[in-house]
Design a protein around this ligand. Structure first.
Ligand code: FES
Length: 103
């Protein structure tokens, strides 16, 4: 497997968002990562979809590691911000974080 700098998990389940909004976000994420040069190469971000991340409310939910930052109510516009500000520039979108692992 190629090395990667971050891992993004997106819930595509139906309990945290009414219309399984995570599925569209997962597709959008690939396009955004490609646009920002993060889909391949030395700054590669790995993406995975999960049927449930154990939150089941306030979604779509996504998590970014190694920071252990969890975002809720992710919209397409917010996902764009997360990719640019967090994944590309390294600055999490603080106002959208609902949980952070103690590191
Ligand atoms: S269904 Fe999304 S966190 Fe459980």
């Amino acid at each position: 497997m190629e090395p990667y700098t971050r891992h993004v998990l997106i819930c595509t389940g139906g309990f945290c968002s009414n219309e399984r909004g995570g599925r569209a976000l997962y597709s959008q994420l690939a396009m955004l990562l490609r646009r920002e040069g993060l889909l391949f190469g030395p700054r590669r971000v790995k993406r995975s979809e999960a049927p449930c991340l154990g939150v089941c409310d306030g979604g779509p939910v996504m998590a970014v590691y190694p920071e252990g930052v969890w975002y809720g109510a992710v919209t397409p516009a917010l996902l764009d911000r997360i990719v640019v500000e967090h994944l590309r520039d390294g600055k999490p979108v603080e106002e959208a974080i609902f949980h952070r692992l103690p590191l």
